[in-house]
Design a protein around this ligand. Structure first.
Ligand SMILES: C[S@@+](CC[C@H](N)C(=O)[O-])C[C@H]1O[C@@H](n2cnc3c(N)ncnc32)[C@H](O)[C@@H]1O
Length: 452
């Protein structure tokens, strides 16, 4: 059903991903193509209790499904609420595919979102057959070959068309592709097809994020738990936008302390600052700044004074999160990877990651904690960076990344077995933790303490 690898047109790049652990490549690629079946929300415990949110959410599922999935929590990470897949019969969906229904085609990215519970928004519709009416049931496919033209009004035939599920039409062709939309004078927006069921079984309820809870991947939540920011601490979030982990830190710190959130993209920081202002947060300030220049050797540490704008002096922060820019190859389901992704592009990430790490080390106070994370699966951006850090910075000690819900790191030159087990890698073999099922995106977490 799902492709066997997202790199079907790019096998050279595929072979770059796991060179030392190539025996795991096939299984990893299969897993990357399949969607995570468990949806996770992080509850903002400053606004609502977890039991109250759970009850509200369960009610939403009751209203939609005759047999609603039962939401559950994860021991050790109390702010997470998990929604398992609906007990939907794949058989029924497969039968539906043989019915004489009209078809809608979306691109690979939109298809991936549908498999995780989203509806189809107007800009995502590549093809809708002519004559399709409001309220009509349609079969929904993803175009993996990238050949379907936007606005197609006939049946799109292709061997690389992946059946995703069934939906109900909420916008007709003229609303999606009408003159205003085509001119881009007024790009069409809104839900064009509301999904009823998809082959992943993930409830099609869209993104129900609010100021009470955020739809967030489980490993991203674990990552901030591993950093464990405490009220009153000084924390640097080096690559912060869109700010999901920053907000989690604020919640863990009860909005007490100082968080400096940086991102080099100005627009992203503007949006993050709007969020900070709208929530009247006192502890966090954001700056558009290149974090690889955030350390200034000539600056004198400012004892208890409020931190000014970057750059900063040595020994300034109690904790640093380096949630690094990366190749993002853990974002399941990866139905297809751009044929333009090259080995050279993959090789460019570790260079940036090393630069950011080099800026972070002096900024950390002795005994300070640094968490390095990525949402990718390549060895060189994960275990490779950790091995490099241990060789280059003798003051940085690798410690266990707990709480642990992911598996161990992969074997890598320069990493002992014990060090490998300190790492946390969410991968194809991460299926259970703390007695509950886990099915997450690909992610990597390493935790360091600065000895001196
Ligand atoms: C993985 S995303 C961060 C996600 C974020 N931590 C969150 O959880 O919402 C990486 C971010 O790093 C930013 N970035 C890339 N290079 C950077 C640099 N040199 N300095 C600061 N930010 C950078 C990108 O703009 C991007 O927003």
């Amino acid at each position: 059903m799902y492709p066997k690898s997202p790199f079907l047109r790019n096998s050279l790049v595929e072979s770059q991903i796991l060179r030392r652990n190539a025996n795991q490549l096939e299984e990893l690629m299969n897993w990357l193509c399949r969607p995570p079946t468990i949806t996770t929300y992080r509850v903002n415990t400053l606004r609502i209790s977890v039991p109250a949110f759970k009850q509200k959410f369960q009610q939403i599922l009751f209203e939609k499904y005759a047999k609603p999935p039962k939401v559950y929590e994860i021991p050790n990470i109390p702010e997470v609420v998990c929604i398992p897949p609906t007990p939907l019969s794949l058989l029924d969906l497969t039968k539906k595919e043989t019915e004489p229904l009209r078809e809608v085609v979306v691109d690979g990215c939109c298809g991936a979102a549908l498999l995780r519970g989203a509806h189809i928004y107007a800009p995502g519709v590549l093809a809708m057959e002519a004559g399709t009416k409001l309220g009509e049931e349609v079969l929904v496919y993803a175009d993996l070959a990238g050949k379907c033209k936007q606005g197609t009004n006939t049946r799109y035939e292709s061997d690389e068309k992946l059946f995703l599920g069934v939906g109900v039409v909420r916008m007709q062709r003229h609303q999606i592709y009408g003159p205003a939309a085509v001119d881009k004078a007024e790009p069409s927006k809104g839900v064009a097809v509301e999904m009823i069921a998809t082959t992943s079984g993930v409830p099609s309820i869209g993104d129900l994020s609010s100021n009470e809870a955020l739809l967030q991947n489980l490993p991203s939540i674990v990552c901030v738990r591993v950093l464990n920011p405490q009220p009153g601490e000084r924390v640097l979030d080096m690559c912060a936008a869109p700010g999901n982990k920053t907000m989690h830190m604020v919640e863990m710190m009860g909005d007490q302390g100082e968080i400096i959130a940086l991102d080099k993209v100005v627009n992203k920081i503007t949006t993050l600052q709007e969020k900070i202002t709208a929530n009247s947060l006192k502890s966090v300030r954001s700056y558009a700044f290149d974090a690889s220049r955030v350390y200034d050797a000539a600056k004198v540490p400012e004892d208890n004074a409020c931190l000014e704008m970057p750059p900063y002096a040595a020994n300034t922060f109690d904790k640093i999160l380096l949630d690094a820019p990366c190749s993002a190859l853990g974002n399941r389901p990866l139905l297809t990877v751009s044929p333009h992704m090259s080995a050279r592009m993959l090789d460019s990430y570790p260079k940036v990651q090393r630069k950011l790490f080099t800026a972070a080390v002096p900024l950390l106070k002795p005994n300070g904690v640094l968490v390095y994370s990525t949402c990718t699966v390549t060895e060189q951006e994960n275990e490779g960076i950790v091995a490099w850090v241990l060789e280059k910075f003798p003051q940085m000690k690798l410690v266990a990344a707990t709480p642990r819900l992911g598996g161990s790191g992969l074997a890598y030159n320069g990493l002992s077995d014990v060090e490998r087990q300190y790492l946390q890698r969410f991968s194809h073999d991460t299926t259970e933790a703390e007695g509950v099922p886990i099915d997450a995106v690909g992610f990597f977490i390493a935790k360091f303490i600065k000895k001196y």
